[in-house]
Design a protein around this ligand. Sequence first.
Ligand code: FAD
Ligand code: A2P
Length: 271
Amino acid sequence: KTVNDTQATPVRTLPDAQTVTTVRHWTDRLFSFRVTRPQSLRFRSGEFVMIGLLDDRGKPLLRAYSIASPSWDEELEFYSIKVPDGPLTSRLQHIQPGDQIILRPKPVGTLVLDALLPGKRLWFLATGTGIAPFASLMRDPETYEKYDQVVMMHTCRTVAELDYGRQLVESLKDDPLIGELVGDKLKYYPTTTREEFSQMGRITDNLTSGKVFDDLGIAPMDRERDRAMVCGSLAFNHDVKAVLESFGLREGANSDPQEYVVEKAFVGDGI
Ligand code: FAD
Ligand code: A2P
């Protein structure tokens, strides 16, 4: 093996190659990057695509990734975990501007505004990298055209793991394209569970106890007003669903819009 084995393999010969434009490392477990966008790619904010690299034998090694940028952005952004011995991310974490990745331009997913019945208040509930689809939806004008209020709850174990989401939310105020539209409609409620922080606790607990409603000074959830989108680990999704159902919300899909929709942030128990 040479040093280059740990680098992203160039995929210039593939039709689905896109070029990396920026890479930012947030922690030793998290990074984000932007790539060129295929001219023909249309997607709905919240959807995911398959991206990857060539493996050692020259075969595409692809994984599902939420598009973290909004549909109007001329580039595509992704927010990624680094799994130490993960087949894709052990290599993907080494990409540099100018490298190429494979991107299959077939966006799909349930976390889209069309999968919800009209409502007044929209909740984005995420743990870990599950914030990625909401990084897209929080930057989409349609979100604020359709809802009077948007609440982003994001929970991670540590404070540093919240940074990507926190900086994104902070940047929205000054965004020339949607800053005015967002105004004070977006309420951000980040919490940690394993490191001291100004707000703490699991999303499920903060909803069930009513703490988040008290802290934000807003009314509790109900079926008439509230819509929700959920993205986290299997265990998180499972437990949040029960909480949302207790408030009377029902799970929907593209083909059957209801009051909430769910997507896995990843498959497995997490690292
Ligand atoms: P894998 O063999 O795919 O995973 C190894 C193990 O690592 C998994 O079994 C799991 O225990 C853990 N793991 C994998 N991904 C994560 C994660 N994101 N957070 C915590 N633990 C994890 N990943 C992203 O980083 N960003 C995304 O936007 C994203 N969107 C996804 C959307 C969908 C619909 C699905 C199904 C998955 C998504 N994933 C996302 C997970 C992604 O597809 C890969 O699993 C991840 O990139 C790791 O790939 P790998 O080959 O290195 O390891
Ligand atoms: P906790 O630290 O109490 O387990 P993970 O890294 O395990 O995927 O967790 C990411 C975040 O999601 C952590 O803050 C974790 O809290 C929280 N979490 C994990 N499982 C659940 C669950 N079933 N319900 C609510 N929150 C969860």
